[in-house]
Design a binder for this molecule. Structure first.
Ligand code: NAP
Ligand code: MG
Length: 403
């Protein structure tokens, strides 16, 4: 056996919940620690530990990512009323992803893993389409009201000195509804920088679409901030990398995406990103093949799978029944983080190992050895899909690792 690959700087490892926590430990045991002398700073974000530490552990993990620059996270439960009961929680703790996003001020990039045999529903899509979703403001932080006939709605903006100005919204002749939304220049600028950095990082063109023709101040501000930052800070680097940045109307962006071959990062405002990421994920196949990375404007990275903790499978597992849970997105969270750590530290062996683990994972699926969720999607001439259980899939990947 060759000597294990060494690491100089630790990865921030964030453990999680339920079925994905089981997969997490198997991935490490079968696919990583036999080859890498794995150095991590471990944070247990499993719900029992978040309860025990009053969620302090999540904040500490976020601070550690800020310090070291790269983290890898397992899916975690976001508590709701039922979880409060199930886990006897003292409080309905906030979503760990929300907490980490707030600490890192980052943008989430979601990209599908492309596998021969799993064909996107859009036949022209050959390469992944990555959605970069702005994760602050707009309708997600809105105030709304029902309005009665005869009432008038206005926006009142008050200065610290008490002076104010009004913007009329509408005089209601009949009953209706009204909504107030906001965003921040600072947040839009962080979003833009994260998107530009990620495009350079992956040598992928970047498109951004909004509705500035209709929303002449609000959406136009997004357009202006993107263009300003691009001209002042990124234009030359994009030219050098041979990639483009394009702003276009959101409707035009949708039409172009549908006709494209893929291989694009599509930056979306909050709502557009919410909706379009579901469309893109569905068209590319399965949630089990969707990766996610949170990138901060100052270049910190947190990798994870886009799916949740796969609760239904976990309860089967607890009953001693066999599961066939897709671990691919979680494997790619690990490879993404190891690759980035390798790049940052000039550790070529580590980056190379991560690439080989990805290749082994894809080769396994392309040979028809897949988890059950992929069976209805898999079509390849002369290859009959062979569904396997969660553990056997990982062992098949291990067999394909060629160092
Ligand atoms: P989910 O865990 O993604 O699972 C939804 C369903 O999708 C599963 O029941 C399963 O379908 C299928 N699925 C998802 N991932 C799969 C995989 N890797 N392999 C095979 N099938 C997969 O979403 P959820 O049930 O809405 O949420 C469960 C928990 O996860 C919640 O507590 C939620 O808070 C949390 N969550 C966490 C994150 C995160 O940490 N990033 C994201 C989303 C949700 P079948 O049951 O039909 O097989
Ligand atoms: Mg959505």
């Amino acid at each position: 056996m060759n000597k294990k690959i060494e690491m100089s700087v630790p990865l921030v490892e964030m453990d999680g919940d339920e079925m994905t926590r089981i997969l997490w430990h198997w991935i490490k045991e079968f696919l990583i620690t036999p080859y890498v002398d794995l150095k991590t700073e471990y944070y247990d974000l499993g719900l029992p530990e978040r309860e025990k530490t009053a969620d302090e552990v999540t904040v500490k993990a976020g601070e550690a990512i800020k310090k070291y620059g790269v983290g890898v996270k397992c899916a975690t439960i976001t508590p709701n009323a039922q979880r409060v009961e199930e886990y006897k929680l003292s409080k309905m703790w906030k979503s760990p992803n929300g907490t980490l996003r707030a600490i890192l001020d980052g943008t989430v990039f979601r990209a599908p893993i492309i596998v021969k045999g799993i064909t996107p529903l859009v036949p022209t899509w050959e390469k992944p389409i990555t959605i970069a979703r702005h994760a602050y403001g707009d309708i997600y932080k809105a105030s709304e009201a029902k309005v009665k006939a005869g009432e008038k709605a206005e926006i009142l903006i008050t200065s610290p000195d008490g002076s104010n100005r009004k913007v009329e919204i509408f005089e209601f002749k009949s009953d209706g509804i009204v909504q107030g939304v906001h965003n921040l220049d600072k947040s839009i600028a962080s979003f833009a920088r994260s998107a530009f950095n990620y495009a350079l990082d992956t040598s992928t063109p970047l498109w951004f679409g909004a509705k500035d023709t209709i929303s002449k101040i609000y959406d136009h501000r997004f357009k202006d901030i993107f263009n300003e930052i691009f001209e002042n800070e990124y234009k030359e680097r994009f030219e050098k990398a041979g990639i483009e940045f394009m702003y276009t109307l959101i409707d035009d962006a949708v039409a172009r995406i549908m006709r494209s071959k893929g291989g694009i990062i599509w930056a979306c405002k909050n709502y557009d990103g919410d909706v379009m990421s579901d469309m893109v994920a569905t068209a590319f196949g399965s949630l089990g093949l969707m990766t996610s990375v949170l990138v901060s404007p100052d270049g910190k990275y947190e990798y994870e799978a886009a799916h949740g903790t796969v609760t239904r499978h976990y309860y089967k597992h607890l009953k001693g029944e066999e599961t066939s849970t897709n671990s691919v997105a979680t494997i790619f969270a690990w490879t993404g983080a190891l690759k980035k750590r390798g790049e940052l530290d000039g550790n070529i062996k580590l980056a190379d190992f991560a690439k080989k683990l990805e290749e082994a994972t894809i080769k396994t699926m392309e040979s028809g050895i897949i988890t059950k969720d992929l069976v209805p999607l898999f079509h390849r001439d002369n290859i009959t899909p062979k569904p396997v259980n969660s553990k056997d899939f990982l062992l098949a990947v291990k067999d394909n690792i060629k160092l």
